[in-house]
Design a protein around this ligand. Structure first.
Ligand SMILES: NC(=O)C1=CN([C@@H]2O[C@H](COP(=O)(O)OP(=O)(O)OC[C@H]3O[C@@H](n4cnc5c(N)ncnc54)[C@H](OP(=O)(O)O)[C@@H]3O)[C@@H](O)[C@H]2O)C=CC1
Ligand SMILES: CC(C)CCC[C@@H](C)[C@H]1CC=C2C3=C(CC[C@@]21C)[C@@]1(C)CC[C@H](O)C(C)(C)[C@@H]1CC3
Length: 418
């Protein structure tokens, strides 16, 4: 059994009390958003329109559907992959292998859903099941996190994450103890981060579009835009699946309730909020405004993809001709930091692009309600917090070289603002 690492890693998220509050607050916020999106006034701030009873939340059919979905995605994960990629080096100097077949899973899911719809599957009824489905996803995330917590008790110390091993069970349950929990080749964190939630988000959006078409004759332009933008985002994530192996979630964070709930419940049921809002609150959108919004999304995507690809290319092979001409700072670890190109503009250009896209996803919903802007607000808070965590880790890793980088590139996310 692995001993707890003690209080060496500083506690995050407000320690055990903060973690306990988040355990309740995150699911409560998700249900609040689901209820408010379908209510007439759609008021983000204020009490929910009603408190659902257990009969509105608990449905064996929804649980069965949810488990079938997880099973389908797990089966697609296990299919032969076009490539097997190596992850970052671990504490014991080994590297784990990951199948690169996420995009294939998206395409096969689309084919299966298409086949199902042509065989009479009532996709348009899915929006009515969102509440019990979200409840099933939350329930499974709790049970799954318990399993992960217990599994970590028998994991070797070298398999534990730097945080999440404080010895406080609530805090550790929330943050996650084991870095890469696996059963043989099946990596739970990698699977959850990119498959059931992200692909589920796209399917929920599509079901909302289908229901809107059934209700009003055809989907609105606003609904098309939201569906198109978010499909591009998910498709891009799965196309560049290998890049997720260098994100903080995979390389640093343990797998516990925060990520299990985030991946399985929060992403599909709250990231589809704009499409949910549009189904119940149709918004007029003219072609000129739609073109402006498309341009905003394109600019955001260009920055997001450019910055992420530049860093990934550089980390994989610094002498790649696409990045070889960029200016760098050497660090004591032997790794270098880019100080020109996207990473010379601000210290997190990828966050900037992501935030611009988040704005483009809300704009089709008009400006009469705050609710569709929830994602933008939450995402700004998430990225500011994430950026602070990343800066702490980089300072620890690179010391003086990081100070030099901050001096050369003073702004964090938005040039001349922040
Ligand atoms: N939609 C959503 O809900 C979310 C989306 N995201 C997106 O995920 C993507 C990945 O984000 P995230 O994992 O947080 O962080 P990043 O991809 O920005 O990775 C940060 C790491 O990049 C390396 N790095 C930092 N500066 C430089 C530099 N100048 N030169 C070279 N390497 C550098 C450091 O690691 P090292 O030096 O060790 O390589 C650092 O720890 C982002 O695009 C973000 O917007 C993130 C969270 C949620
Ligand atoms: C529930 C809490 C409020 C916090 C949970 C956070 C998670 C929802 C996010 C943490 C990092 C994420 C990433 C993506 C989705 C959201 C979560 C899981 C990502 C897969 C989205 C698509 C991007 O292209 C990406 C770069 C692959 C993202 C990686 C990080």
């Amino acid at each position: 059994m692995a001993p707890p690492q003690g209080p060496r890693a500083p506690l995050e998220f407000g320690g055990p009390l903060g973690a306990a509050a988040l355990l309740l607050l995150l699911p409560a916020t998700m249900f609040h958003l689901l209820l408010v999106a379908r209510s007439g006034p759609a008021r983000l701030l204020g009490p929910p329109p009603y408190l659902p009873g257990l009969e509105a939340l608990w449905s064996p059919q929804a649980l069965l559907l949810w488990l079938t979905w997880l099973g389908l995605q797990a089966a697609l994960y296990l299919l032969p992959a076009r490539k097997v990629a190596e992850g970052q080096e671990l504490k014991d100097k080994s590297r784990l292998c990951y199948p690169i077949n996420g995009f294939q899973a998206l395409v096969l899911t689309a084919l299966l859903v298409g086949l199902g719809v042509s065989a009479g599957l009532p996709l348009g009824t899915l929006p009515e099941m969102l509440l019990p489905l979200a409840f099933s996803a939350t329930f499974t995330a709790f049970i799954f996190s318990l399993f992960l917590y217990v599994k970590a008790l028998v994991a070797p110390a070298s398999a534990l994450a730097p945080g999440g091993n404080s010895g406080n069970p609530i805090y550790d349950f929330f943050l996650g103890r084991e870095l890469n929990p696996r059963i043989y080749f099946f990596d739970f964190k990698y699977f959850c981060e990119l498959r059931p939630g992200l692909i589920g988000w796209v399917v929920i959006n599509l079901a909302l579009l289908v229901q809107e078409a059934e209700l009003r004759g055809s989907p609105s332009l606003a609904m098309w835009l939201v569906n198109g933008f978010q499909l591009l985002y998910v498709g891009d994530a799965l196309w560049h699946e290998e890049a997720v192996l260098t994100t903080m979630d995979i390389t640093h964070d343990g797998f516990g309730f925060m990520l299990a709930f985030g991946d399985l419940a929060w992403v599909p049921f709250t990231y589809s909020l704009q499409a949910q809002f549009l189904l119940y609150h149709p918004q007029p959108l003219g072609l000129p405004m739609a073109s402006v919004i498309c341009l905003i999304n394109a600019i955001g995507y260009y920055i997001f993809r450019g910055a992420n690809s530049q860093k990934n290319t550089f980390r994989r092979n610094p002498s790649d001709p696409r990045v070889a001409g960029l200016e760098t700072i050497s660090t004591a670890t032997g790794r270098q930091l880019l100080v020109s190109g996207w990473w010379g503009m601000v210290r997190h250009p990828n966050y900037l692009g992501d935030l611009i896209m988040a704005l483009a996803w809300s704009l089709p919903c008009g400006v009469s309600h705050l609710l569709p802007y929830f994602y933008l607000l939450y995402f700004t808070a998430l990225l500011v917090h994430r950026e602070a965590r990343d800066e702490r880790q980089c300072l620890q890793k690179y010391g003086l070289a990081w100070h030099e980088y901050c001096r050369r590139v003073p702004y964090r996310i938005v040039p001349y603002v922040y």
